[in-house]
Ligand binder design. Sequence first.
Ligand code: SAH
Length: 324
Amino acid sequence: MSQRPLEARLRARIAAEGPIEVADYMAEANAHYYATRDPFGADGDFTTAPEISQMFGELIGLWLADLWRRAGRPMAARYVELGPGRGTLAEDALRAMRGAGLAPPVELIETSPVLRAAQAERLSARWHDGLATLPDRDPLLIVANEFFDALPVRQFEGGRELRVRYEGGFVRDGQVETETSPAALEIVDALARRLAAQGGAALIVDYGHDRPGIGDTLQAVFRHAYADPFEAPGERDLTAHVDFHALAVAARAAGVRVFGPAPQGVWLNALGIKLRAAALAKAAPERGAEIAAARERLTGPDRMGRLFKVMALVAPNWPEPAGF
Ligand code: SAH
């Protein structure tokens, strides 16, 4: 029987140690998944907002530049992105920022060697495995789009943590009642401490909910369709809804102000996506229909406009961010 390498490794681990926690399973599966491919776009497994239209990254860049300008244009500010994918959002955001007089050094947090290589083709940057090695003096302008949803979640039935065993296939051993992501909370805590100490802001965009207490949200996507998260680990994208309420509580406790979460559609409209779409369509009339369709996909309540949320963390002495 031909086997995928991660599947064999997980089976061996379970045989040796017994069933593994859902969070461990998710972490191993996603590390393998992202390390071995570029999953984005029509030929891949899923399409993210920056891959839909340049308008997404541009508006984020303008949002950051506006805050930076109102914060008194600190010259040492740095652009930081978590999980930058192909580097598309960063490229679009940095171009928009340059137009506003801001050209910050770029620090990218990315674990996948394949995606680091893709990012290096478009951006000159420094790469990090985690937050610890980021410069610790300068104000940080931080962006994370569809990063937190890839972080592992722990799942519980009552007080019992659910695990994954192997019985001819991978199986979860119970009914999910609650779900938490300690990995996400740890990263938000670290980001918020950095902002409180160094200044700056972070924009977190992801799909998720703003009330705690939702049960099982673990899901798999393969070639643009939902799939079984316990089949073919490492060959499908595993995500879980982001618990924005929990992230906001952690961020406030670490000393920053929190804005949102606002629905992505509402936020992009407040930032003027309509005007940006009109300007792009005027410059390239033959692309008018495509640009209108992209705007609808990013903002439509039945598309990405409502399920996706935007939340900002802002250093105590920085100005109020636009769009909330
Ligand atoms: N922001 C991009 C990509 C989203 S996919 C976009 O919107 O298109 C998730 C990204 O996070 C990928 O770049 C993936 O390699 C990275 N990633 C996932 N888990 C990570 C982790 N634990 N540490 C660092 N990067 C991670």
